[in-house]
Design a protein around this ligand. Structure first.
Ligand code: GLA
Length: 399
């Protein structure tokens, strides 16, 4: 009897002290966020227009279900009770009204704030108001909180994010908690019990490779971000994802570059948070963002991040173990098309992390090109193809 009581107590304590709501992101979260295109220029009409388009463009059907408002939705000061105040010009009907609109479309709604005294764009931050703000978000119907790291001088990241995670839990409404401290404090080592995803780098920009300066600041190109992911793949998995930042698809790179960027995010089991103006999206962009076969690689239930298997003549070969098979992506980083030849039988695969072992000599897989959506033969035949400049060839292998 005593033993039983003790067991109950343990389970009860576990539930109270478990930091995050479990099971909200068994596959990487998908959605849209305002920052990459609109920065501080957001308002009620934009949210409603984007919500409409998420449904009519097929984004929602493809799995994008969170609409997240980033920085600058607030007024510059809290009220005299310390409550956050919505910017009355941008959101004349308040945040609850836009959240209701988004929910009525069958989508979920997300907001942004920051662990510091002010957000990165200079609006009231949450430091010292964690429980009060979490209650406010819950009352508004918020389903996702992105939590940034500006103006946090002298505070401990693990503690600050843990406090906010507990505040969300205490507020009682399940919310995905997205840590955005840019990988500065190695969140992959401690954030799995705290949130569902954590940024791994500084901010992305709409640049495939190379350097672009914005004033004195250097945001990261797509290739630079990819280079930093291989080493931390073991930390990600269902309900706790490495986040290499939001998508720049449709924001000015070429079609090939967009396709490569999107493919690689899927190989990395990255959260897929679109950041383009969905209301003006070209058919080409829609085709990339809503390719269900490529998305299925990202959303695979094993939840294992891909790894870099080989590198030759500027072509990287990435492998992602999948339930019942695997994906293989040839990424051409150069400005010239590159011919590839892959002899399956010469490439037995083994991945310690997932335990995947493949010997093409004893098991033949069917090969499908997930961009052309065609079955192209079996692994009994050497794969030969040209990969265009700044592009990929991405295959799914199944039995
Ligand atoms: C930081 C984040 C971005 C965005 C801006 C908003 O730079 O990393 O994703 O949220 O702040 O100010």
């Amino acid at each position: 009897m005593k033993k039983l009581l003790f067991a109950f107590l343990l389970i009860y304590a576990g539930n109270i002290y478990a930091q995050k709501f479990e099971g909200l992101a068994l596959t990487p979260p998908m959605g849209w966020n305002s920052w990459n295109t609109f920065a501080v220029n957001i308002n009620e009409d934009l949210v409603m227009g984007i919500a409409d388009k998420m449904v009519s463009s097929g984004m929602k059907d493809a799995g994008y279900n969170y609409l997240v408002l980033d920085d600058a939705w607030m007024a510059k000061e809290r009220d005299n009770q310390g409550n956050l105040v919505t910017d009355p010009k941008k959101f004349p009907h308040g945040i609850k009204a836009v959240a209701d609109y988004v929910h009525a479309k069958g989508l979920k709604f997300g907001l942004y704030n920051c662990a510091g005294t002010k957000t990165c764009a200079g609006y009231p931050g949450t430091r010292g108001y964690e429980y009060q703000d979490a209650r406010q978000y819950a009352a508004w119907g918020v389903d996702y909180l992105k939590f940034d790291w500006c103006n946090t001088e002298g505070i401990n990241a693990k503690e600050a994010y843990t406090t906010m995670s507990k505040a969300i839990k205490a507020a009682g409404r399940p919310m995905i908690f997205s840590l955005c401290e840019w990988g500065s404090n190695k969140p992959w080592e401690w954030a799995a019990p705290v949130g569902q995803l954590w940024r791994t780098t500084s901010d992305i920009t709409n640049l495939f490779s190379g350097v672009k300066k914005i004033n004195n600041w250097e945001p990261f190109s797509v290739m630079r971000i990819i280079e930093l992911q291989n080493a931390i793949r073991k930390y990600a998995g269902p309900d706790h994802w490495n986040d290499p930042d939001m998508l720049e698809v449709g924001n000015g790179m070429t079609r090939n570059e967009d396709r490569a960027h999107f493919s690689m995010w899927c190989m990395l089991a990255a959260p897929l948070i679109a950041g383009n103006d969905l209301r003006k999206m070209t058919p080409q962009t829609t085709e990339i963002l809503t390719n269900k076969e490529v998305i299925a690689v990202d959303q695979d239930s094993l939840g294992v991040e891909g790894y870099k298997y080989a590198e030759k003549d500027s072509v990287e070969t990435w492998i992602k173990p999948l339930k019942g098979g695997l994906a293989i992506c040839f990424l051409n980083r150069s400005l010239k098309p590159q011919a590839i030849e892959f002899k399956w039988a010469d490439n037995p695969l083994h991945d310690d992390l997932s335990g995947m072992t493949v010997n093409f000599n004893t098991t033949a897989y069917k090969v499908r090109d997930v961009w052309t959506k065609k079955d192209i033969g079996k692994t009994t035949k050497t794969f030969k193809q040209e990969v265009p400049a700044h592009d990929v060839v991405m295959l799914r292998l199944y039995k």
